[in-house]
Design a protein around this ligand. Sequence first.
Ligand SMILES: *Cc1c(COP(=O)(O)O)cnc(C)c1O
Length: 465
Amino acid sequence: MLNNNIALLRPQDRAPLRTPTPPRYRVYTARNWRQMPQAASLSEEQRFAVDVVAAVLPFRVDAYVVDELIDWDRVPDDPLFRLSFPQREMLDPQDFDRIAGILRKPKTNREALQRAVREVRHKLNPHPAGQLELNRPRDENGEVINGLQHKYRETVLFFPKAGQVCHSYCTFCFRWAQFVGDQDLKMAVDDTSRLHGYLARHREVSDLLVTGGDPMVMSTRRLREYLGPLEDPHFDHVQTIRIGSKALSFWPQRFVTDDDADGLLRLFEQLARRGKHIALMAHLNHPNEMRTRIFETAVRRLRDAGVQIRTQAPLLANINDDADAWVRMWRKQVRLGLVPYYMFVERDTGARHYFEVPLHRAWNIYREAISQVSGLARTARGPSMSAGPGKVEIQGVTEINGEKVFVLRFIQGRSADWVQRPFFARYDENASWLDHLQPAFGEDRFFFEDEYAALSRPRHPIELN
Ligand SMILES: *Cc1c(COP(=O)(O)O)cnc(C)c1O
C-alpha cells in the first residue's frame, strides 16, 4: 500500500510567502527580465551590466527566486542576487567593454555581437576536466552512448535530454556552456533503452546519478519512464538512484504544488519500497535559500516519501565564502533531517575569477565551519576538487621537515587504487585548483600522474579530434 498521506498538505504549509505562491512557474531570461517589477530597484547602469554579461553567460531566473529568496534591500550585495543575476565583474573588464561597446550602438550589429560572444565564451574554458572526451561509455557495438558518463566504477552519471535546463541558472555553474545553446557541448540521451541496456550489462554499477541541468524540470511521466523499469529484479545491482537538483530551493513547488508533485512523490515512494535508496542531492549554496515555509514543506514531503536528502555546494567568493554561512546551512540541514555531503572547490570554468577561493582559504573556512557543528553535520567532506584524475580533497596544511605542504587525498579516483592515499603538494598561497599545485619534497610528479596519463590516452583516437 502506498502512503496516501504524502499528498496531504497541512494548512500551515500554504503559509506566508512574501507573495502568494505563484500558481505557475514563471521564468525571466535575458530577453524579458526588465519586465520584473524589481528591475526598477537597479540603476540603469546596473541593468545594462546585466544585459552585457547575459549576452555571454546564461541567465534564467524564476519568479520564486526573485520574489522570495533575493533580499532586494541588499542588492547588489545580496548573495542570492549574485547567485542568479549576472554581475559586471564576472567578465574581464576588456571583454565587458567589448560586448558593451557593441550593445551600446543604436543599431546592434548582430554578426559582430555573435563573433565577440563566441570569442569571449571560448576564453572561459567551457569544458573543464575533459568531461566530453573522457569517461564516455559505449554500447555492445562499441558506439558511444551520448548522455552517459562512467568515470568511477560504481556510479554512472545520466543526463536525460529533457532535463538539461534548470528552473533558474546559477551564475557559477560549471555546466554553463550547455545552457548557451552550444549544441556540441550537450551531453544528453533521449533513448531510454540504451540507458537500461547499459545498466543491465554493467553489474558493477551500484549508483545511478541522474543529473543535468536539473532532472526535476522533467515531468513525472518522463521520470517514470526512466526510473520505473529499475524496479525490475534485473536491476537489483543498482541500489541507489541519486538525483542532482537545485529545485528544492529554487522551485520547491516541484515537490508541493506542481500538478504532478504528488505523482512524483509516489514514484519515489514506490521505488523506495521496492528497496531502492532514493537520494536527492540537493544543491544548497546559502542559508537564505532555506528560509521559506514551502522549502520546509518540500523537505518534509520528500522525507515522508522515503527520500534521503543530501546536500552539496561549492565554496564561492562573493556568495558563501565565510564559515558562518556554512555553519548556519549545515545546522539547519541537520535539524530538517538533511545530510551534509560535499563542499566543493569552484571549478576552473566560466566566471571562475569572480568566484574562486584559494585552496588554503577554502580549507580554513571548511575547518572553521566544521569545528562549530556537531558530529551529525561533519558528514560534509571537502573542500574537494572534481578534477580530471578524480575528486581530490584538501585535508590540511602542515609542515613536514621544515617544508610547508598541502595534505591531499583522493575521495574518488580514475583508478580506485588511488583512493585514500595521502599525498603532498608544495604550499602555494595562490593555488586555487589542482593544476596549480606542485609535488612537495622536490619530487617531479605526483604518484598518480603516469597512470593517469596512460588512462587518459584515447583508446579510440577519432573521438578526440
Ligand atoms: C562526484 C562524482 C560522482 C559521485 O561520486 P561520489 O563520491 O560517489 O559522490 C560520480 N561521477 C562523477 C563524474 C563525479 O564527479
